[in-house]
Design a protein around this ligand. Structure first.
Ligand SMILES: N[C@@H](CCC(=O)N[C@@H](CS)C(=O)NCC(=O)O)C(=O)O
Length: 201
């Protein structure tokens, strides 16, 4: 294995897709190892945290945790700040995307009527509150730190995509419409030539 190998489910979503897009933005040739759901029970106990994505780099143990993988790819390829304080600011936003997922995840297993109620509450309160804090940190853009994309932008873009695509029952696709900087950031990632080429392949 000479190329870095990224293992994730065979879906263009969530934490695995974030890491794929980080490699794509970096222009790095990586082994995009996609597994079927049926393979997961056997693989799970062999991973560092019982979860995907996992990054394998020759000479190192397998690595888990999407934000650590993103920061590593970013550091190695100029998509994460070299200044430690700037880097911490980016990492804080990446952690907040995980918090957003954590807000929504418990509602996914509720019976339908309770799910509707929980998600209506999320849509009118918790999600806009989360978005307001992130919106306030984005400047003239289009990206989090200005004209240049970083891995934090990929994290935000993929994190919000699940909501904007309408795959979350009872959460309107317009839930982020009051946050134009956040939407502009996500669109700038999606419109990046390398990202467009990746999805057109
Ligand atoms: N904090 C971890 C969470 C990883 C995680 O929950 N991954 C999900 C897929 S997005 C997973 O592996 N689910 C299958 C399972 O937990 O068995 C990260 O950021 O990588």
């Amino acid at each position: 294995m000479t190329r870095p190998r990224l293992t994730y489910f065979d879906m263009p979503v969530s934490r695995g897709e974030e890491c794929r897009l980080a490699f794509v933005l970096a222009g790095v040739d990586f082994d995009d190892h996609r597994i079927a759901r049926a393979e997961w029970p056997a693989l799970k106990p062999t991973t560092p945290f019982g979860a995907l994505p996992v990054l394998e780099v020759p000479g190192y143990p397998p690595m888990g945790q999407s934000n650590a993988i993103l920061a590593l790819i970013g550091r190695l390829h100029g998509l994460h700040p070299t200044d430690p304080y700037e880097a911490a600011l980016h990492e804080a936003v990446m952690a907040s995307v995980e918090e957003l997922r954590g807000l929504v995840a418990p509602s996914g297993t509720l019976p339908d009527d309770e799910k509707r109620e929980a998600r209506e509450r999320l849509s009118t309160r918790s999600i806009p509150t989360w978005a307001g804090f992130i919106e306030a940190q984005i400047g003239d853009g289009p990206f989090y730190a200005g004209a240049k994309p970083h891995v934090v932008d990929v994290k935000l873009c993929v994190g919000l995509r699940a909501f904007r695509n309408g795959v979350m029952d009872y959460i309107p696709t317009t839930v982020f419409d009051a946050f134009p900087r956040l939407l502009r950031l996500c669109d700038a990632v999606s419109d990046h030539p390398a990202v467009k080429a990746w999805y057109a392949r």
